[in-house]
Write a protein that binds this ligand. Sequence first.
Ligand code: FNR
Length: 387
Amino acid sequence: MPHYGDYQNLIYGQGLQGILPKVPVDFATMEAAAAKAMPPYLLDYVQGGCGDEATQRRNASAFADWGMIPRMMIDTRVRDLSVELFGMTFPSPLFMAPIGVTGLATSDGHGDIAAARAAAMSGVPLIASTLSNDPVEDVIAAAGETPCFFQLYTPKDEDLAQSLVARAEAVGAKAIVVTLDTWVTGWRPRDLNNGSFPQLKGHVMENYFSDPVFLKLLGKPVEGNRQEAVTLWASLFGRVLTWDDIGWLKSLTSLPILLKGICHPDDARRAVEAGADGIYCSNHGGRQANGGIAAIDCLPGVVAAAGEVPVLFDSGVRSGSDVVKALALGARMVGVGRPYYYGLVLGGAEGAAHALGCILAEADLMMAVNGMPTIADVRREGARRLD
Ligand code: FNR
């Protein structure tokens, strides 16, 4: 039975023939290589965060404050990293977090399709962002058999919200992820110093520009009226959601609804009471508010408050060991953001699949060495805070 960890055998085998990985295997080297390949405005947008970026640095470094004790004399030759969510079985607990400028990651401008192809290759589901260079229909189709979710930036116009969700559902999305923390953009000095916000240049608008409700509101074709279309988009973006809106959100779809951006246990409790199907603990990678607490440090409280409701997690995941720690702290599935983006930049769909494959290989080998052949074993052992 093949295991994710076998990927290292392939790499070492190729090394014997003088072939080295085209895309580095670790995040730091990958990020440095991608930084050289990206236009400066895009690098700042992707790599940058809110304020002095303390929160996003802490998101990643805080994983070092958690540790796991290895267990010995357990046969881990056969391992199973599969997880269940909403009645589906996924081969691993990893997923690709929604990234709104994925379209720009590849030189052909179709990075969203490349990310979906990486999902098809790796079996790692993609959460397709509302902000996309290709319409959701094409993105989800490119993921083949791998299930995808759709991330909703809820527009102010209710008919447009309904239309975006209905389109995602019609094309086979398996859940709707509603992002709660981005009705307004956080203070991002790098982008402000560049005077650059990609959406205002007309990038990643295709879900809107292909939408019948949006086109009706525009009242003219996008072609020849692009700037007007972008202005309309800006006026519609960012509905302020409150707990009273959950009923309305649920009325839009029969799919499970996950609430993205929950970090406080009380909010997790309210989400459960309000009928959320899943909770997504994340601080948007430190891009939205520079509050200073790492998302991973919020995860245990959110998991405890969520009870039986599944908790997805992202923010700061850079390696397989980060993934295993997040699982040990109770995440049902763990999201990767910037690492797959840099993989896309360096090697397209194959590069992103490689980035995911490396993270999964490290996670699998950590479980093999630490005597934890299943995710249930990881959860039972848990992680300890190092003081
Ligand atoms: C994001 N993120 C995001 N989230 C979301 O719900 N919709 C979106 O369109 C985007 N867009 C986006 C763009 C860029 C450039 C980044 C880096 C992130 C947040 C994303 O889903 C996730 O929460 C973070 O990426 C997690 O942080 P790390 O692990 O990438 O640092």
